[in-house]
Design a protein around this ligand. Sequence first.
Ligand code: NAP
Length: 294
Amino acid sequence: MPTLVIGASGLVGYEFYRQNKGKKDWFFTYRSVKVDNFLQLDASDAGQVEKLFSELKPDTVILPAAMAWVDKCEREPELARKNNVELLQNVINAMKRHGGRRIVFFSTDYLFDGKGGPYSEDAEPNPLNVYGRIKLECERMLEHSGLDYIILRTTGIFGWEKQGKNFLYRIFDTLGKGKPIEVPNDQYATPTYVKDIVEAAMALLGKGQKGTFNVVGPQSMNRVELAQKFAKGFGFDEKLIVGKPTSEFKSAAPRPMKAGFRIDKITKLGIRMRTVEGAVEDMKGRKEEDDRYE
Ligand SMILES: NC(=O)c1ccc[n+]([C@@H]2O[C@H](COP(=O)([O-])OP(=O)(O)OC[C@H]3O[C@@H](n4cnc5c(N)ncnc54)[C@H](OP(=O)(O)O)[C@@H]3O)[C@@H](O)[C@H]2O)c1
C-alpha cells in the first residue's frame, strides 16, 4: 500500500525519509529544495496534486508540508491560506478521488491563547494569530473529511535538519561562533525532538490509532532554558545567552506565552518522548546526519 510523504525536504518530513528510506512503496516530495530521488510537488496547485495522486494512488498520506513561518503567515495571510488550507483541501480531494484512506497532519500549540498551557487534547482553542487560526481551520477540515486522520499537535521541534533552520542551528550559528544570542524569556513550550515525533507518528500508524494527539517532549521550559540546555549539551558558553521579554522582539504575530502540551494520552499508549538532554545525547551520536554541509 503506497505511503506518500508530502514536504519531505523540511525538518519533520526529512526525518520520515531517514526512518523509512529504502522501504518499498514509500514516496517523498519536495517543493523548492531539491532532494535527489524525491518527487517535485507544489501541493497548493490542485492540478499537480491530482496528477501525482492519479499515478501513485497513496493509501496513507503524511503531510508535514505547510507554510509554517508564523510571522510570514501574519504578514501574508492569503499566501498562508493557499499553502496551508487550500493545500490540505487539494490533498483531501485527491485522496477521496483515488482511494486514499488515512492522513497524518501536524498542528500546533498556537491554537491556544497561552493563558493555560501546557494543554491537554480537549482544551478549548483560542488562537492569537493567523497561523493558529489557519491550523484550527485545517483541523476542522480533517474532522469533517470522512478520512481516517491522525492530527499530531506539536511545538518547538529541533534536531538535525537538511535545511538547518530550526532553533538549534541559531545556537550553532551564534554561540558556536562565540557570538551572543537574544531569546525570549517569557514564552513557555514543550520542546520536541524531531526523531521522537516521527517515531511517535509511526507508532500511532502502526497501532491503527485515529484522532488528535499531543506529541511533544516531556519538559515545559522557556527559550532561555532551552538555549542553556543546548549550550550545556554541545559545550558552548551559556553566558552568551541573553533573555528578553517577547514584547522587545517586535514580531509580526502575537505569541501565546504559556503554551506547550501535556502528553498523558500518548504516554498511556506506551509512546516515550525524550527530554532535551536525552535528545542532545542522541544527536551527538548521529552527527553525520547534520546535512547542512553536504
Ligand atoms: N517546526 C516546528 O517547531 C513546528 C511546531 C508546530 C507545528 N509544526 C508543523 O509541523 C509541520 C512540519 O513542520 P516543519 O518544521 O517540518 O516545516 P518545514 O521545515 O518548514 O518544512 C515544510 C515542508 O513543506 C514543503 N512545502 C511548503 N509549501 C509547500 C507546498 N505548497 N507544496 C508542497 N510542499 C510544500 C517544504 O518544501 P520546500 O522546503 O522544498 O519548499 C518543506 O518540505 C508543519 O505543518 C508545521 O506547521 C512545526
